[in-house]
Design a protein around this ligand. Structure first.
Ligand code: ADE
Length: 232
C-alpha cells in the first residue's frame, strides 16, 4: 500500500497539510514531528524537516526506515533562476542537484557527488505529471513549469551568485533542501518529486520580496500537494 512522505522545511509549508489531516498520530525523531495519518484519503506522513540539506537528508532517511514510505514529495518555496518563472509561479522538478558540491579538482563535474557518475537526481515522471495536473486544477491561473532545482546551504540574494547558478548548473529555481531529499530518495529507491512555488527572484531584491510573498507561495504549493496525493 502507498504511503507518501511529505516534507516541508518550514512550518508555513506544512501547517495547512497538517490541519487537513485525519487520524493523525505524531512520532518525534531527530527533533522532527512526523504526522502520520490520512490526507484526502491517502496515507501520508507530513513533516517539517527544518532548513538546509542536513535536516532534509536526515528526514528522508527516517521516512524510509521508520515509516517505509513509498513516495516522497517535497513542498515549499524557492527563488527563481529562470526569467520565465515569476513570483507565485510553480516549478515542478525534472531533476535536482547540489550546487555546492565541488570536487572538480579531481575531475568530477561541478555539482557531482564523487563516484556517483552523474550530478542530477531525476524526479519520478509520473509524480511530476500528477503534480502538473493537480496544479492546473487547483491553481488554474498559475504558470507551471517542469525544470531543475539546484540546492545548497545558502539563501541566494546576490545577482552574481544567481548568474553563476544559471551558467554552471542551468537551474530553474534554487532552495536549500530539494537535492538532499532527491539524493536520499534515490539511495533508498523511493520515487520523489519537488514542488516549489516562487517566492523571490534570488537576486538583490530577494530580501525584500521573500517575506512579502513567502506565505502566499507556500499556500499554492501545499494546495497542489493536497490535490495530487489522492491520485498517487
Ligand atoms: N527559498 C526561497 N527563496 C530562496 C532563495 N533565494 N535562496 C535559497 N532558498 C530560497
Amino acid at each position: 500500500m502507498n504511503k507518501i512522505g511529505i516534507i516541508g522545511a518550514m512550518e508555513l509549508e506544512v501547517e495547512r497539510l497538517k490541519a487537513e489531516m485525519t487520524e493523525s498520530n505524531i512520532i518525534t525523531k531527530a527533533g522532527m514531528d512526523f504526522h502520520e495519518g490520512k490526507l484526502n484519503g491517502a496515507s501520508v506522513v507530513v513533516v517539517r524537516c527544518g532548513i538546509g540539506k542536513v535536516n532534509a537528508a536526515l528526514c528522508v532517511q527516517i521516512l524510509a526506515d521508520v515509516f517505509q514510505v513509498t513516495h516522497v514529495i517535497n513542498t515549499g518555496v524557492a527563488g527563481s533562476l529562470n526569467a520565465e518563472l515569476d513570483i507565485g509561479d510553480i516549478l515542478i522538478s525534472k531533476d535536482a542537484l547540489h550546487y555546492d558540491m565541488d570536487v572538480t579538482i579531481f575531475g568530477y563535474k561541478s555539482g557531482e557527488v564523487p563516484q556517483m557518475g552523474f550530478r542530477e537526481f531525476t524526479a519520478d515522471r509520473r509524480l511530476a505529471s500528477l503534480a502538473q495536473e493537480a496544479c492546473q486544477k487547483v491553481n488554474p491561473g498559475l504558470h507551471v513549469r517542469i525544470g531543475r532545482v539546484v540546492s545548497g546551504d545558502q539563501f541566494i540574494s546576490d545577482k552574481n551568485v544567481k548568474e553563476h547558478l544559471i551558467a554552471e548548473f542551468q537551474g530553474d529555481c534554487t532552495e536549500m533542501e530539494g537535492a538532499s531529499i532527491a539524493h536520499g530518495a534515490y539511495l533508498n529507491h523511493i520515487p520523489f518529486v519537488i514542488i516549489r512555488a516562487i517566492s523571490d527572484k534570488a537576486d538583490n531584491s530577494a530580501e525584500m520580496d521573500y517575506p512579502t510573498f513567502e506565505a502566499q507561495a507556500a499556500k499554492h504549493s501545499a494546495a497542489l500537494v493536497m490535490e495530487m496525493v489522492q491520485n498517487i
